[in-house]
Ligand binder design. Structure first.
Ligand code: ADP
Ligand code: ADP
Ligand code: MG
Length: 504
């Protein structure tokens, strides 16, 4: 087993990994940027190394500095978390070349699944259903013919895409030229690559993904699904398991397809196979595979009872995964809400500032994975995820009630949060029925007055301490200044950039 692990990440996921290491008796090295000097992950780790300036290219995306930090602290393995370099095959190779273990799949698996066009071709060969479409198109005429063949609406998608970037829905041939151009521009900007694919746009689709897990001895299983259809900007906000849509037959079929997909690229460690599910036809199609730990992994941990991060570390160290598919079942229902510093009523615009008050909910079946506390600063440099609120209960209705109660106890002052928005979604009858598709938030929910009406119905705790703190402190809320600071940002996944493109 490893002696010491360097965690090449920040925020809640760095803390999640530190905790897993501590339980396994492994020492930890945190890394941080100048913007994260006071961050919780820095305090919780056994050692911490300053990487440099806040910009990701000078810190969390800087391969050389990360490898130097690992060698300097005599770490023997590197955990990449999610985002940043977690799906970067060159990083996995650089780690291995420095005689360190990369806690994740092989660089070859990462590469094979890193490109949406190539991975679709690999999946077709492996017999995994993919969305009808075309790759490798060049001229606008090619796209026009492909779109006609598929039938509108179609989706043009960056082959190198991720984080919901470089994607455009095209409803008719009049919109095609413009969509190609803007998707290409966005993809070139974010990924330095302008290749696009075109596929059938599935209306009222659900996003249903399967957790897979394997060891280096060739054992590979799935740990059931996660329904992630509550999205904005093609990014998840609420996830739950089991999916309210799946029958046992469909679950078995999709689970098998997920394992088949992973096997086709000799996968080991934790990974997620994402499917788009068409409720009209009850059919599912491979979307992409995320070759890393997923943000929403805790709901899988709660219903299966397995610690995914500990097992990531153990199989990376060469241990055999001792469980078989039949050892796993889904026990109860789990839901995760991503608590973001963002203003849902204002185009989900991220918010920055110092946390003046921060009180997490507690109670049976409630888990909070967070990287923040009172006094911490939310900056525009990184993803504005404040915390993941996760609940587990005996059935779906009880889980929804538990989540609503927990959200009402969550006190965060100093930045605008999406807690009111989350409450409004959970209180919505469509959510109760499990009838929320991936376009529901931006089409139906935001168009109605659902957000406002629930704010009145579900007032939240306000503490006297906050009023005092706010009066004493120099309260700075996100304003035009914070927004304009974004222009120089180098991270393609920086949501402050995306917010400006919202609804384009
Ligand atoms: P998940 O599929 O695990 O829910 P998200 O798509 O929400 O993950 O992305 C997780 C985090 O990683 C976000 O902060 C997002 O901005 C970032 N991210 C996603 N894809 C990439 C990538 N290819 N490279 C770097 N960061 C990414
Ligand atoms: P990313 O790498 O950015 O996560 P994905 O291919 O996983 O890209 O797609 C992100 C989201 O976009 C999906 O969760 C879904 O909401 C939507 N989406 C992707 N492909 C389709 C499609 N063919 N039809 C309908 N929605 C889609
Ligand atoms: Mg995806």
């Amino acid at each position: 087993m490893f002696n010491k692990i360097l965690i090449a990440n920040r925020g809640e996921i760095a803390i999640r990994i530190i905790r897993a290491c501590r339980e396994l008796g492994i020492k930890t090295v945190a890394v941080y940027s100048e913007a994260d000097r006071d961050a919780q992950h820095v305090q919780l780790a056994d050692e911490a190394i300053l990487l440099g300036k806040p910009e990701p290219k000078d810190s969390y995306l800087n391969v050389d500095k990360l490898i130097q930090a690992a060698l300097h602290t005599k770490a023997d393995a590197v955990h990449p978390g999610y985002g940043f370099l977690s799906e970067n095959a060159s990083f996995a190779l650089a780690v291995a070349s420095a005689n360190l273990t990369f806690i994740g799949p092989s660089a070859n698996s990462i590469r094979a699944m890193g490109d949406k066009a190539e991975s679709k071709i690999t999946m077709k060969k492996a017999g995994v259903p993919t969305v009808p479409g075309f790759e490798g198109l060049e001229t606008e005429e090619d796209f026009r013919r492909a779109a006609m063949d598929i039938g509108y609406p179609v989706l043009v998608k960056a082959a190198a895409g991720g984080g919901g970037k470089g994607m455009r829905v095209v409803n008719g041939k009049g919109e095609l030229g413009e969509a190609i151009e803007s998707a290409q521009r966005e993809s070139l900007n974010a990924f330095g690559d302008e290749r696009l694919l075109v596929e059938k746009y599935i209306p009222n689709a659900h996003h249903i993904e399967f957790q897979v897990f394997g060891d280096q001895q060739g054992n590979l299983i799935h740990l059931f699904e996660r329904e992630c259809s509550v999205q904005r900007r093609h990014q998840k906000i609420i996830e739950e398991t089991p999916s309210p849509l799946l029958t046992p037959e469909l679950r078995a079929q999709m689970g098998e397809a997920a394992v088949q997909a992973a096997r086709a690229v000799d996968y080991y460690n934790a990974g997620t196979v994402e499917f788009i599910f068409d409720p009209l036809l009850s059919s599912f199609y491979f979307l992409e595979m995320n070759t890393r730990l997923q943000v929403e992994h805790p709901i899988t941990e709660l219903v299966t009872g397995i610690d995914l991060v500990q097992w990531q570390i153990r199989v990376a160290a060469g241990e055999k995964f001792p469980f078989k598919q039949a050892d796993f079942a889904q026990r109860g229902n789990a839901i995760e809400c991503r608590v973001y510093a963002e203003d849902a009523a204002n185009g989900f615009l991220p918010s920055t500032g110092k946390l003046l008050q921060y009180i997490e909910p507690h109670g049976p079946g409630i888990r909070v994975d967070s990287g923040f506390g009172v006094g911490n600063e939310v900056t525009h440099f990184y993803d504005p995820l404040l915390a993941k609120l996760i609940v587990h209960a005996e059935n779906r209705e009880a889980a929804i009630q538990r989540m609503q109660a927990a959200l009402s106890e969550f006190v965060i002052h100093g930045v605008t949060t999406n807690i009111d928005f989350l409450q409004a979604v959970l209180a919505h009858e469509d959510f109760a029925k499990g009838e929320v598709s991936t376009s529901w938030v931006e089409s139906k929910f935001m168009e109605s007055d659902s957000l406002l009406s629930t704010q009145e119905k579900a007032p939240r705790l306000h503490t006297v301490e906050f009023l005092i703190a706010a009066a004493l402190a120099d309260v700075v809320f996100a304003g035009p200044k914070a927004r304009s600071a974004v222009a120089n940002e180098t991270d393609p996944f920086n949501p402050w950039k995306q917010a400006n493109n919202y609804r384009n």
